[in-house]
Design a protein around this ligand. Structure first.
Ligand SMILES: N[C@@H](CCC(=O)N[C@@H](CS)C(=O)NCC(=O)O)C(=O)O
Length: 228
């Protein structure tokens, strides 16, 4: 298997955590994609993934799977013992629902804020992601407000369960964790008063799969270069 990704970025890091959780670190070859140079917006990459984003999984038979959730489902089911996407029908439904909320309330809008409200990954990519237009700042601010509301929502959820979709670590936690890391890189931090969310983040951060995601940290080199 090959995974097209970029060291240190939040969505690829979701898959690094999954690989570590499932003991599959050595089963994949990583193919680096130059996001800052907009390699993923060129025809060669778009022919593999028309969405123009990473991560992208390529199986040995040539099958291409994009979307972190779809890749996670595939990897989680390979050993016949899905631990991250739910085992029973009820667990599967709850993980799916909460992971989608983590994307919709936090990870996706933080991505929009990052690209529309900050210099993003620099001029080469901004030309594709966020061309100049009058409503740009307002769109960024609206998405930032969605993220801040999302933080409060998950703080409430985590007041009555240890993890986002119940009492076990799942794909929903991975999505939210990536969202918080992306938020930090974009300057949207979890407020101190959201104690449940902060405590949960500490618990997730200490998991071996998160500590040891193939030596990757979130946004380190590129974030520094861009001055975050
Ligand atoms: N919904 C996608 C989101 C993937 C995504 O946005 N990846 C980022 C990297 S963290 C990316 O490729 N950004 C570059 C761009 O949007 O041009 C998924 O779950 O895989």
């Amino acid at each position: 298997m090959k995974i097209y990704d970029r060291s240190g970025f939040p969505n690829p890091a979701r898959i690094r955590i999954v690989l570590a959780e499932k003991g599959l670190d050595n089963a994949v070859e990583f193919v680096p994609v130059d996001l800052i140079g907009a390699e993923h917006k060129q025809e060669a990459f778009l022919s593999l993934n028309p969405s123009g984003v990473i991560p992208l999984l390529e199986l040995d038979d040539g099958t291409l799977i994009s979307e972190a959730t779809a890749i996670t489902e595939y990897l989680d089911n390979l050993d016949g013992n899905p631990t991250l996407t739910g085992n029973s029908p009820k667990e599967k439904a709850l993980v799916h629902m909460m992971q989608r909320r983590a994307e919709a309330y936090v990870l996706d809008p933080i991505g929009i804020y990052f690209h529309f409200g900050t210099p993003g990954l620099g001029p080469s990519l901004q030309a594709f992601k966020s061309p100049e237009w009058a409503g740009r700042k307002e769109w960024a601010d609206r998405n930032r407000a969605t993220v801040e509301e999302g933080f409060r929502y998950f703080n409430k959820i985590l007041g009555s369960s240890d993890y986002v979709a119940g009492e076990f670590f799942s794909m929903a936690d991975i999505t939210l964790f990536a969202g918080l890391a992306f938020g930090d890189a974009a300057g949207v931090h979890v407020p101190e008063e959201l104690g449940n969310l902060i405590a949960w983040r500490g618990r997730v951060n200490s998991l071996p799969s998160v500590q040891n995601r193939s030596g990757q940290a979130f946004l380190p080199e590129d974030a520094k270069r861009l001055g975050f």
